[in-house]
Design a binder for this molecule. Structure first.
Ligand code: PGA
Length: 251
């Protein structure tokens, strides 16, 4: 059985006081939940304050991105070592907004993924097709490229520390969720790709989260599908009660 993984990606939202308030509200709501791994991914500048509040809780902390060097002349970048220094155990790599708006391609994301893992972070690696790609019948090609290139060079053991987040770009922040059947179909396809590339043991153990307009009222149905092992939640993670309800939907 794969333990579900539910993460909140706060994106570029919440000032320090709001971020602290949110985790203060969330902590008691999820206290004692052990059947699901819980992660929040705040902005870089709120990580430290949030991590102080999370101490001793069952909520892990993640970055939304990180660079592929430990330190040096890389203006405005943040290293995995810096994320760990402020309490992160996870980072997201390859979110579609990084791919779309910041030009991060498969080769770069593969380097980032490998460096984050080598630095001791766990990684949620995002993939997903755009609406044009889906309507043009290219969904499987796009997922194949993203998986083949993005995860190239990983070992079987690496997949204890990597989850794949399937996030169809047309469902992110749009209120249009993939139906549970659409999600299941894509997740099963991705798991099949992992089996071909890395073998059955990897395909069996890797968690595949769904992301794209996950809310309290659709989360349980999505995560009930056999290949949907959790969620990556954007907008609905910005409210403690809504996020807690989603987490409970994973149980
Ligand atoms: P959303 O974002 O839940 O607001 O659609 C998901 C994500 O981008 O991770």
């Amino acid at each position: 059985m794969r333990k579900p993984l539910v993460a909140g990606n706060w994106k570029m939202n919440l000032l320090v006081a709001d971020a602290v308030k949110l985790v203060k509200e969330l902590k008691p709501l999820v206290q004692g939940i052990s059947g699901v791994d819980i992660v929040v991914c705040p902005t870089f500048v709120t990580l430290y304050a949030v991590s102080e509040v999370l101490k001793g809780s069952n909520i892990e902390l993640g970055g939304q991105n990180c660079y592929l060097k430990e330190s040096g002349a890389f203006t405005a970048e943040i290293s995995p070592q810096m994320l760990k220094d402020v309490g992160c155990t996870w980072t997201i790599v390859g979110h579609s907004e990084r791919r779309q708006f910041f030009g991060e391609d498969d080769a770069l994301l593969n380097e980032k993924l490998k460096f984050a893992l080598a630095s001791g972070l766990k990684v949620m690696f995002c993939i997903g097709e755009t609406l044009d790609e889906r309507q043009g019948g290219k969904m499987n090609d796009v997922l194949t490229r993203q998986v083949t290139k993005g995860l190239a060079g990983l070992s079987e053991a690496d997949f204890d520390e990597v989850s794949v987040a399937y996030e169809p770009v047309w469902a992110i922040g749009t209120g249009v969720t993939a139906s549970p059947d659409q999600a299941q179909e894509a997740h099963a396809f991705v798991r099949g790709l992992l089996k071909t590339q890395f073998g059955a043991a990897v395909a069996d153990k890797v968690r595949i989260q769904y992301g794209g307009s996950v809310k309290a009222d659709n989360a349980a149905e999505l995560m009930a599908k056999p290949d949907v092992d959790g969620a990556l939640v954007g907008g609905a993670a910005l409210k403690a009660d809504g996020f807690a309800a989603i987490l409970k939907g994973a149980l």
